[in-house]
Design a protein around this ligand. Sequence first.
Ligand code: F6R
Length: 262
Amino acid sequence: MEIIIKENGEAASEAAARVVARLVREKPNAVLGLATGSTPLVLYRELIRLHKEDGLDFSQVTTFNLDEYAGLEKEHEQSYHSFMWKNLFSQINIHPEKVHIPDGMADDIPLSCATYESTIIANGGIDLQVLGIGSDGHIGFNEPTSSFASRTRIKTLTQQTVTDNARFFDGDENKVPHHCITMGIGTIMDARMNLMLAFGEGKAEAVAAMVEGPVSAIMPASILQHHPAAKVFIDEPAASALTLSDYYRWVYDGKPRWQQDA
Ligand code: F6R
């Protein structure tokens, strides 16, 4: 795991965007795995800027989103479908048919999840997966005790996640769906690179447990210790509980720029 600590979320997101942009330039038909929530917003803003100002071309890119609330129509303003079109897709030149987001309204959920998995494989697998981390350590919506071998499926959110996400639903926990469709941890681990972002003091404990704690299903993100190419972009507050933060800074600062963006 490579830990990249920046002075703030803006700088961390810009550094992460350079990694995504480099991949898209080197492999124009790259397959990106994408996340929603507050964390990737600046990353997406930066990708939009690179598209508009530097011609970063998404016309051949395929995307797969991590998750979607079960029971929310695509058109619902808090669906992850709406989130992605509002915050990224409508502002870059991506082809709508290359965008994949789990269907929260599928009649046959197991079939829909199996099709999602086979579509990822049919597209050659995910080159780079963007991740955030829940305060309880979830990645995607793989809540604590999710199987490390899990694939796309329906999950129940923890009370903690419902509370955390109520801010998107007028602060009303009763409006937050309790179920979701999420890529599994096995699906995430199959991505050729995982790029995690985490900002703010509220993520500090989860980040420290993920990076320096034992690998355990109670802390789903800790499985990334086993991933051959996991990069973790964090700001100073999110780094505040790490024991070896000076070492991580020393490693990153000692790299040539081309390697920092690779
Ligand atoms: C979202 C997702 C979640 C979030 C996590 C952090 O697609 O998969 O794992 O990344 O809940 O959410 P924020 O960024 O809102 O703190």
